[in-house]
Design a protein around this ligand. Structure first.
Ligand code: KG4
Ligand code: ZN
Length: 356
């Protein structure tokens, strides 16, 4: 594979929520070539509960982590002997889930006396646009600084990214995350978990203009709020009971109307941040960045105001370990990596990266 034979070879582990993932990447400047990316999804385990059950998630990581790591090594055609560093998501995420990945990373590093690079999950999502692979990802990554909109099941924030792993929060949600709002509205509509992708698909058949919903905090600063929008969607459903009947016309209209409201707010705030910071580069990251309407509108509207947009391919937007390895490779270039005895003291964090 072009460019993949040079640079540090990083084995990465991700277990912050409901996907057990491992990847092998090869560092290349701020970017990295993806040699393998394996994801064991727990969606079937949690689907019947309509959301992630933390203890079931931790236990499932415990049994999946070793086969997933072995598969990632095998797919990349390397053994542990060929690895230069181990990367792992240290937070934020579910505590019991993070502990499994970190302990696996410690064991792997211990076995070969390798450095460990603990990585912030959200920073890894954002850095995914620097990943390169034979599928054409990451051809022409952004220069620093850039503005990043991170939209996932647990987070909705706007950052100014100065360098890999060095960013300032410009705004964030004061209640629900965008992905959480998608999933909760989908659940109210009786749709399967996780609902974001289902709403995206149904919205293509719906008329957004048929459903009037608020655009919370639009034009007011860089913070977000989605809980009022979720409640407004519930009231709409109460007035239109046919919207809770599978993929009925009213359900598709609601999906389109709700999605449009979320996208309006996300696009507006991301571009407002670019304007306020005087930075004409926007990166959109996290699971909600898979949303087809958000991708289409962000690229079009950014272009209209002279801002260039980068959005990773869907396979690197939802949780994966390649993004963790990619950020770790860039951090290793800058001297990161915990070695020797200090590795044993590494701990997880569940809400935000401790300041260094
Ligand atoms: O980044 P991610 O895989 O996990 C977290 O770190 O949370 O994001 C998962 C979230 C879920 O809320 C899911 O519904 C949402 O991303 N999502 C979508 C789409 N695909 C995934 N939301 C809207 N449209 C989509 N196409
Ligand atoms: Zn995530």
């Amino acid at each position: 594979m072009t460019g993949s034979t040079r640079g540090r070879i990083v084995l990465a582990v991700e277990s912050s929520c409901d996907e057990t993932a491992a990847a092998v990447v090869v560092g290349a400047g701020d970017g990295a070539w993806v040699r393998s990316s394996v994801i064991a999804s727990q969606v079937p385990i949690h689907a019947r509960y309509g959301g992630v059950v933390p203890e079931l998630a931790s236990r499932s990581h415990l049994t999946a982590v070793r086969p997933v790591v072995e598969q990632a090594l095998a797919d990349a055609g390397v053994t542990l002997q060929g690895i230069d560093a181990v990367a792992v998501t240290a937070g934020p995420g579910l505590a019991g889930c993070l502990l499994v990945g970190l302990q696996a990373a410690k064991a792997l590093a211990w076995a070969r006396d390798l450095p460990i690079v603990p990585v912030d999950h959200i920073e890894a999502h954002v850095h995914a646009v620097f990943l390169r692979d034979e599928g054409g990802a990451g051809e022409d990554p952004p220069e620093h600084p850039y503005i990043a909109l991170a939209v996932s099941g647990g987070h909705t924030s706007v950052y100014r990214v100065e360098a890999p792993g060095r960013s300032v929060v410009l705004g964030q949600t004061i209640d629900d995350a965008a992905g959480e709002a998608f999933d909760k509205v989908a659940k109210m509509m009786g749709l399967p978990y996780p609902g974001g992708a289902v709403i995206d698909r149904m919205a293509r058949r719906g008329r957004a203009e048929a459903v009037e919903l608020p655009r919370p905090m639009l034009g007011r600063g860089l913070d977000f709020s989605f809980s009022g929008l979720k409640t407004a969607a519930r009231y709409w459903m109460e007035r239109h009971p046919e919207a809770v009947q599978g993929e009925s016309e009213a359900a598709c209209d609601l999906a389109a109307g709700f999605q449009e409201a979320v996208v309006d707010v996300l696009v507006d705030k991301a571009l407002a941040a670019c304007r306020a910071e005087g930075v004409p580069r926007i990166v959109v990251a996290g699971g909600v960045a898979c949303n087809s309407r958000l991708r289409e509108r962000m690229v079009a509207e950014a272009g209209r105001v002279g801002v260039r947009a980068w959005i990773a391919p869907a396979r690197y937007c939802t949780d994966n370990a390649a993004m963790v390895g990619g950020l770790a490779a860039a951090l290793l270039e800058r001297g990161a990596g915990v070695r020797g005895e200090a590795r044993a003291r590494l701990d997880i964090y569940t809400t935000r990266r401790p300041s260094t």
